[in-house]
Design a binder for this molecule. Structure first.
Ligand SMILES: [Zn+2]
Length: 168
């Protein structure tokens, strides 16, 4: 379902209609902050400014500080979230792959890391706390034991290389 709402442009002050959710309306070039005219002007101006960094999914095994995250960790976090928040807990679902040769398919979902104290009580930092609140992307297959575990990492577009930090 597409939700249309009125917004007031943060630059020119004009009121305009903008689609909030649902399938993207192709001809809607406005954003939730700017009307069509101002959004177009902004896009045109920003084209001249080079982008420096972007977030890319990177295997945790290659990410400094995340090498220790295992499938067991992630499945345990997932289970805890499901039992504490119920089925209404929204998991971010990604598009998985499909293996035409054997009909196997990959399920890819987002799992948010929990610290060593899921009750949220603050205290001295403990091993495992560094994963708390971090979104992991987990891909598992129905027929294979292999899995892909990734975290969003900062990619330097100028150097064409990973930086030393996480994206978010
Ligand atoms: Zn405007």
């Amino acid at each position: 379902m597409t939700m249309i709402r009125y917004f007031r442009c943060q630059h020119c002050g004009e009121r305009y209609k903008h689609a909030l959710s649902g399938p993207p309306v192709r001809e809607d070039r406005s954003t939730d902050k700017h009307c069509v005219g101002c959004a177009e002007a902004q896009r045109a101006a920003l084209k001249a400014v080079p982008r420096l960094f972007e977030g890319r999914w990177r295997p945790t095994s290659e990410c400094p500080g995340f090498e220790g995250v295992t499938l067991d960790h992630v499945l345990a976090w997932e289970k805890t979230r499901m039992t504490t928040s119920g089925p209404a807990f929204a998991r971010r679902v990604f598009v998985g792959l499909y293996d035409l040769t054997n009909g196997d398919h990959q399920e890819v979902r987002g799992v948010v890391g929990l610290g060593t104290r899921p009750d949220g009580v603050f205290g001295p930092r403990q091993p495992g706390d560094e994963y708390q609140g971090v979104l992991f992307k987990l891909g598992t297959w129905m027929k294979r034991p292999e899995y892909e575990l990734e975290v969003e990492w900062e990619w330097d577009l100028q150097k064409g290389a990973w930086t030393a930090q996480r994206w978010r």
